[in-house]
Design a protein around this ligand. Structure first.
Ligand SMILES: Nc1ncnc2c1ncn2[C@@H]1O[C@H](COP(=O)(O)OP(=O)(O)O)[C@@H](O)[C@H]1O
Ligand SMILES: [Mg+2]
Length: 290
């Protein structure tokens, strides 16, 4: 089933972005009642702010996993890891993996329903944030009791808290095309695609009322094209690589070539949002074919 286009959370996205650029902050906790859109906001923010060179991961805490120590973060362990009963080694192994995956930048990790984390997973994630190995985008249900390690992150630690109010209504009021200044209210990629498709001012060089001449499109190889479509549709670089069947490093190379080719045509495509706009302009029928 297709999801509704993401909308109505510009303020929250701005808040998350300013935390991401503040070196003292290594996490945002999104608190709200069930159904207010915590998971969706965290996912959209993860997609939106995962720059090319930032590794991302998703940790989903559930009632079922809660009974298994480190269950929620087990996928962050090295593939050849075997249980040896040493809890400290789990923590340091995950920290090592995350440090290596992140390279010079903290990984971006979504942690959904953190109130359901087992104590071990909570301790690992809090360690990652405190050591600045990861920036955490955490969702928590209003009124639920969290593991102490998570609560401490925003009480005295390096995370900030966002209270999520319910969206104003269930349909028309959220439409990005009806915001006062003609700007999209929300800033998810799907919203951007709609804005780019309807607002000719974001199509540099476009002749009013006409489609861009075909010559202005860069010539992309099939692989470059596939990585571009997957990534600019909202996938992370890692997921786009998986989708196309190449390594993340190869996908990055393809994406660099795509950016360069657009650059040569005088059409900026350095950021994920700019790439999403180029996709809207040049291949509107392929958005979401990821
Ligand atoms: N900003 C939004 N724009 C459009 N749809 C949204 C938005 N936020 C949430 N939704 C939709 O509302 C439903 C509930 O959102 P969800 O993120 O699962 O809530 P929560 O995690 O708080 O329980 C989902 O179908 C989701 O896609
Ligand atoms: Mg949820």
């Amino acid at each position: 089933m297709r999801q509704r286009p993401f909308a109505g959370r510009q303020k929250e996205l701005d808040g998350i972005q300013s935390c991401l650029t503040d070196s003292d902050v290594t996490g945002v906790v999104i608190v709200g009642d069930a159904g207010t859109g915590r998971t969706r906001l965290a996912r959209e923010a993860l997609d939106l702010f995962s720059a090319d060179d930032r590794e991302v991961a998703w940790v989903a805490a559930t009632h079922a996993l809660r009974s298994i120590p480190f269950g929620a973060v087990a996928h962050l362990l090295p593939p050849d890891w075997r249980p040896d009963g040493d809890r400290l080694s789990v923590l340091s192994l995950i920290a090592k993996q995350v440090r290596e995956r992140g390279g010079f930048r903290p990984m971006l990790i979504g942690v959904d329903d953190a109130h359901l984390l087992d104590a071990g997973s909570a301790a690992v994630l809090s360690h990652l944030a405190n050591q600045r190995l990861a920036f955490l985008l955490i969702t928590v249900r209003n009124g639920a009791r969290c593991p102490d390690a998570v609560t401490a992150l925003w009480k005295d630690g390096p995370a900030r808290r966002i209270e999520l109010a319910p969206l104003p209504d269930d349909g028309g009021g959220l439409s990005p095309d009806h915001s006062p200044a003609g700007q999209p209210e929300g800033c998810g990629l799907q919203v951007l695609h709609r804005a780019a498709a309807t607002d000719r001012s974001v199509r540099p060089g476009a002749v009013a009322g006409n489609r861009r001449p075909a010559a202005a499109r860069p010539r992309l190889s099939p692989r470059e094209h596939s990585v571009f479509v997957a990534y600019a549709s909202g996938l992370t670089l890692q997921s786009a690589a998986r989708r196309v069947g190449v390594s993340p490093a190869t996908a990055r190379t393809y994406l660099e070539r795509v950016k360069m080719k657009y650059q040569q045509l005088g059409r900026p495509a350095q950021t994920k949002l700019q790439l999403a706009m180029r996709l809207s302009e040049d291949y509107p029928n392929e958005i979401g074919k990821r």
